[in-house]
Design a protein around this ligand. Structure first.
Ligand SMILES: Cc1cc2nc3c(=O)[nH]c(=O)nc-3n(C[C@H](O)[C@H](O)[C@H](O)COP(=O)(O)O)c2cc1C
Length: 384
């Protein structure tokens, strides 16, 4: 599909579904258990109404935002998504390049299929590294130091994965990383020959079996842990003291991802974090968890004047971005939206997703009577 033919993010999703075998598409699209939180991430946005002001001269509009001293042309960035290489060859590089072209932040997942040093070399622009940590500080320190040495400007510590979530479709589909072929996947691959050749076989022939390159291999002699099990050791024992320790060894911006209440945002601040991602992991971890847009106001009120508050989860339209900004987010991140684009057409597809959101934010701001992000306020919303 020519990504220019996509008129909205859902067009990209539908095209991505056609391109991908079920095992890959369901890993991208679905949530945990009964997907209550995933659905709620969307419906909580939909319940919020907009209250426009009319006859405002909006002929000059800007979406520019400043977050922790950096200025970005649009108020959104790309959230970390592990296993992105299942959707496009070297998708981690492709997404980072799209972000650089749009001058927005890109967060590389620990669970990327391209090692962080290569992403840093092959994509310019502002990049942050998302950290999956374990209680065992040795491997964590090695990862953090590698991110520092590779030039990452931010560390995003994901805290909502103390245990693996319950995603039953992954079990049914035989989803595993390192990626394993089973009968169903072979059949699915045969039904999606472009994916089989351009994504799966190309990866196999260049870097080997798709796997988590930051932690699961000896990349350039940079062993982090002997294996994934060792790396994940006692992840369920992590606590705020570990975060304070990470603060001590990480010299740049530090974010805590997975915060859903004001009290935890205050604890993140006390541990020395610069910002929080208000997030329920796209509804992929604790099913039934409240949606980030519902959690946002109390968090923004509690810490928003002292630290960065950003949100991810369920953002599919420019109006969602504007609603989050109105409720106190300083920036918004998208996970699936740019992945749909990358699945369809690599960098051009991710850029199309960014352009769709940019133009939608612009239109919504104009129709609301807002010339700048600073003019978007809670008065522009009617809350349920
Ligand atoms: C396929 C996929 C993989 C993800 N992998 C990670 C990850 O490795 N680390 C992380 O912190 N969050 C991960 N997330 C969660 C995203 O960072 C983000 O919180 C979520 O996608 C936001 O919701 P949205 O997809 O509705 O925009 C992943 C999400 C998806 C869809």
């Amino acid at each position: 599909m020519n990504p220019q033919n996509a008129l909205n993010i859902d067009d990209l999703r539908v095209a991505a579904q056609r391109m991908l075998p079920r095992v890959a598409y369901e890993y991208l699209e679905r949530g945990a258990e009964d997907e209550v939180s995933m659905r709620e991430n969307r419906s909580a946005f939909e319940r919020i109404r907009l209250r426009p002001r009319t006859l405002v001269d909006v002929s000059r509009r800007s979406q520019q935002v400043t977050l922790l001293g950096e200025t970005y042309p649009v108020p959104f960035g790309i959230a970390p998504t592990g296993a992105a290489g299942l959707y496009w060859h070297d998708a981690d590089v492709v997404l980072a390049r799209a972000a650089a072209a749009a001058r927005i932040p890109f967060v590389l997942s620990t669970a990327s299929f391209v090692e962080m040093e290569r992403v840093a070399r092959e994509a310019p622009g502002a990049k942050w590294f998302q950290l999956y940590a374990s209680k065992d500080r040795g491997p964590v320190e090695r990862l953090i130091m590698r991110a520092r040495d590779a030039g990452y400007e931010g560390l995003v510590v994901t805290t909502d994965v103390c245990v693996g979530s319950n995603r039953e479709y992954n079990l049914r589909n035989g989803f595993e990383i390192p990626f394993r072929l089973n009968m169903a996947n072979v059949v699915q691959g045969a039904l999606h020959p472009r994916w089989l050749v351009n994504v799966f076989l190309r990866t196999l022939l260049t870097t080997g079996v798709p796997r988590f390159m930051n932690v699961d291999s000896n990349v350039g002699g940079k062993i982090v842990a002997k294996n994934l099990q060792e790396f994940r050791a006692r992840r369920d024992a992590l606590d705020w003291e570990d975060l304070a320790w990470m603060r001590g060894i990480w010299p740049h911006k530090l974010f805590v991802k997975g915060v859903l209440c004001a009290d935890d945002a205050r604890r993140a601040e006390a541990a020395g974090a610069d910002g929080v991602f208000v997030s329920n992991h796209g509804g992929r971890q604790l099913d039934g968890a409240l949606s980030p847009i519902e959690a946002l106001p109390e968090i923004a009120d509690a810490v928003g004047h002292r630290m960065a508050v950003v949100l991810d989860g369920g953002v599919r339209r420019g109006s969602d971005v504007v609603k989050a900004l109105a409720l106190g987010a300083q920036m918004v991140f998208v996970g699936r939206a740019t992945l749909y684009g990358a699945s369809v057409a690599g960098e051009a597809g991710a850029l199309r997703a960014i352009e769709i959101l940019r133009s939608e934010v612009d239109r919504v701001m104009a129709l609301l009577g807002c010339r700048s992000v600073g003019e978007i306020t809670r008065d522009h919303l009617v809350l349920p």
